[in-house]
Write a protein that binds this ligand. Structure first.
Ligand code: NAD
Length: 317
């Protein structure tokens, strides 16, 4: 495994992090013991950064992760989130955040969360985030219940705007730095680097799309993005390679990203993925998929309040 500093937190994280959305059955039904084995395999291979949320499986991911981390909590950097714990409702009120944090601490069987993130701030006005929500979780930090503060969202501009006005420690962006979209590198990355904010790149497989099994049915990307990635997968298969491998090599090769989160559903996936750390994407394979990816590259879809959409975003599928 390789490690990088997590911004200015003083923490060091593995460049491949364990995304725990699959532990909440977000990518299909998983047996608890399979998920726990995947977590243990990740720790054995040096993965020390774990990201979850009460939203993933409506607390199931945190419950399973808490079980898996029994006796291992001190070996890892633990990130979870607040503000979104049920698909229909966002609640970033101080009362709900406090209750949500207390519940997360119980499920994760820990006294402190290393990175506490506001989950998908694009669903809330930046006014509320800046004037109510961030000050609330700063209080949790003062009380010693969390160590560092992060924000997460899909649209990049809002992440940058909030982070420019409030000193967050980490920013988690998803589906904006992988084979299909690299817009993170142009906008948010230089800002984060300049300001010592750790950048966490989530969904390096574009929420499961860059795999042989393909995207889950709920995936919001327009159909032409699904089709292009299926064509790219076929091109790589014909060449004896694999879309997941190339996608992870590509995402991991960016040195300015503290950690790339990959959602992993089994010990086998953990082993395959961890073995890619330190390997580079082959230029010939990148060139082979470029003609099918270029026409849909950097395509964003609308997520959150209309005022927070990226200017060029299209309607989701
Ligand atoms: P992802 O792009 O990492 O894809 C996950 C899917 O890929 C799962 O179905 C998994 O089983 C599969 N996969 C992984 N390795 C594989 C392999 N070697 N072969 C075949 N399939 C493989 O999507 P994700 O899980 O959504 O993103 C990673 C993590 O980032 C999440 O689990 C979560 O922790 C975090 N995240 C956070 C936010 C947010 O805070 N707003 C948004 C998205 C993701």
């Amino acid at each position: 495994m390789q490690y990088r500093p997590l911004g200015q937190t003083g923490l060091t994280v593995s460049i491949m992090g364990f995304g725990a959305a699959p532990l909440g059955n977000e990518y299909g039904e998983l047996e608890t013991k399979t998920g726990i084995r995947a977590v243990h395999a990740a720790i054995e291979r040096g993965i020390n950064f774990f990201d979850t949320s009460p939203m993933y499986g409506r607390s199931l991911s945190e419950e399973r992760l808490g079980k898996a981390l029994k006796g291992k909590r001190e070996q890892i950097v633990l990130a979870t989130k607040g503000g979104w714990s049920d698909p229909e409702h966002f609640d970033f009120s101080p009362q709900n955040l406090r209750q949500s944090l207390e519940d997360s601490l119980v499920r994760l069987k820990t006294d402190v969360i290393d990175i506490y993130q506001l989950h998908d701030i694009e669903f809330i006005s930046s006014d509320q985030i800046l004037n109510e929500t961030l000050p609330t979780i700063a209080q949790f930090r003062d009380e010693g219940k969390i160590r560092f503060i992060g924000i997460t969202a899909y649209p990049l501009p809002m992440l940058g705007e909030v982070a420019a006005q409030w000193p967050v420690d980490t920013i988690l962006s998803y589906c904006h730095y992988n084979l299909l979209n690299t817009t993170l590198a142009d906008s948010l990355l230089p800002f984060a680097k300049e300001n010592g904010i750790a950048l966490i790149n989530a969904s390096s497989l574009h929420m499961g799309m860059l795999t042989e099994q393909g995207a889950p049915s709920w995936h919001p990307a327009p159909l032409k993005v699904h089709k292009a990635s299926q064509k790219a997968a076929a091109i790589l298969r014909e060449r004896g390679s694999n879309i997941t491998e190339l996608a992870l090599q590509f995402a991991l090769s960016n040195q300015d990203i503290s950690s790339t989160l990959v959602g992993m559903s089994s010990e086998e996936e953990v082993i395959q993925n961890a073995n890619l750390v330190g390997t580079e994407p082959a230029e010939a394979l990148l060139a082979a998929v470029r003609p099918v990816i270029d026409p849909i590259k950097d395509l964003n879809w609308q997520v959150g309040l209309p005022e927070n959409h990226e200017p060029d975003a299209v309607a989701p599928r």
